[in-house]
Structure formats: C-alpha cells, structure tokens
Write a protein of this length. Structure first.
Length: 266
C-alpha cells in the first residue's frame, strides 16, 4: 500500500511544529543573553527544549544507567546531529563543537544559547578550549565530547582522539562513556546516521517522515582520571562504548509492532 501521502502529511505537520520550536529556542537564547542576574537556568531550559524536540521527531529515548553526579566529561560515539538533542534531553550538559558552527544560521545561535564550548581546528586549538573547560569541570559542571571527530553509521566506533581528555586530567574529574544506539525505521532502514553525502535539510525531512525511531542512551561505569594518561582514557572509553555498539544487537531496537502496523495500514 502506498504510504507516501501519509508520510508527506506527517512531515508537513511535524515540520511546522519544528519551525515553531526553533523560533522558541532562538527566543530563549535571547532571553538568556539578556539575563544579567542569571535568574534563568540555561541547562534546564536546554533539557526541556531537547525533550520537546524528540517528541516532534517521535524519537523514543530509552536510558540505561544514569549520569554521574558532579563534574565529569561525558564521552559518546557520534552518529548524527540528533546526538546533541538525545544527550541534551537525557542530562544537563554543555557540548564541545568545532568553531565553524558559530557561523551557521540558527544552529550557531542555538549552540551559543546552550553554552557550547568551541574548538579551533589545527595545532594549538585545544589550549584555549581547555582553559575554559577546566574551571567548568572543577565547579561541578558536565561537558559532552564526541572524540571520534566525525559521524559514523552507528554500527562501529572509530578510534578516539585523546587531546580533549586532557581536560579531565587537569580538572581531576571522572570520565563517563555513553554508547548511543539508534534503532531502525519501520521498513528496517538505518536512517538516523548523518554521514557521507547527506545534507542537513534532506536528513531532517527524512526523520520527520518516519513514524517512530528508538534510541538507547547507555551510561557506562565512570573512569577515574587520576594516574592515567589522556591516551589511556581515550582507549578505555572507546573500548567500553564499542562493547555496546554491536551490529548483531540492532534488531532489538526496531520500532514497536503497533507503530509498524499503523504505518503499514496508513
């Protein structure tokens, strides 16, 4: 049965909601910039915004384990732009992103509003970032990094770049691995990854058309940074996440039978 009309209508309705939600995010960003007395809780607002965004995309978040209390670096595998929303909805955190994102329309403004830390590519780019990360971590804050440096298809994990783990050593805080696993679409396709020649608009539209996607956020055991090198921390977190991100486990994240039947009968 042809489900194209239903998918198109779904995308239009959700797209309208998304545009409104993006506008709300921009307004919240302006409010945070004008909040000289720090009366607004930026992290709580971000968590709320991300949770609503997941609802618009009909992404079901399943959290296994829990984020560690206190200052820490959350280390996750990188699959899609959706990772930011998924982790942001799961815990109060700030992110590290490449400096070019500041110049992106809408996304740059939202990143600024979320208190994103930026890193310049090339030699010497990490030192200015570390000077900002370390006080944040020592004060009990959390920051999320994606040390693969690029997105993958979510079926494996690339080697982790170790340089940002230096922040954990200097701040003497723990590191917590988080394995992200996205489920398949109702038709069995792996549509969540944002890789290769994908462009953002087309990928967003594809996600808006999908009835439901499941994502697991798996929190691993924390790793103490004391007595370890940044290379050791990178290898240990990569190994921990790799144990969870296995191709043979993908079938457990299929959308619910009810959703699949609804899609087939639409």
């Amino acid at each position: 049965m042809n489900t194209t009309p239903a998918r198109t209508v779904r995308a239009v309705v959700r797209g309208a909601r998304l545009v409104i939600h993006l506008a709300i995010g921009l307004l919240l960003g302006v409010a945070l910039m004008l909040d000289r007395w720090n009366r607004l809780n930026a992290q709580a607002l971000m968590t709320w915004w991300c949770q609503v965004a997941l609802g618009i995309f009909s992404i079901e978040l399943i959290r296994n384990g829990a984020p560690h209390d206190g200052g820490r670096i959350t280390v996750a595998n990188h699959v899609s732009w959706l990772d930011i929303i998924v982790i942001g909805a799961s815990e109060p955190t700030r992110f590290v992103a490449k400096s070019e994102i500041q110049d992106w329309p809408i996304a740059g403004s939202l990143a600024d509003a979320c208190g994103t830390f930026y890193i310049r590519r090339g030699k010497g780019g990490s030192r200015p970032l570390l000077d900002k990360l370390v006080p944040h971590l020592k004060a009990g804050g959390c920051v999320t990094i994606f040390p693969e440096g690029t997105t993958t298809d979510g079926l494996s994990v690339l080697p982790f770049h170790p340089r940002l783990f230096a922040a954990a050593l200097e701040a003497q805080c723990v590191v917590q691995p988080v394995a992200l696993r996205y489920g398949l679409s109702a038709s069995g396709d792996n549509i969540a990854p944002f890789i290769g020649d994908d462009d953002l608009v087309s990928h967003v539209l594809r996600m808006l058309k999908e009835p439901e996607i499941v994502v697991e956020v798996n929190y691993g055991a924390v790793l103490a940074s004391e007595g370890r090198t940044r290379e050791e921390l990178a290898e240990m977190t990569q190994a921990s996440i790799s144990k969870v991100v296995m191709p043979t486990q993908r079938t457990s994240l299929q959308p619910s039978l009810e959703t699949a039947l609804e899609s087939a009968l639409t």
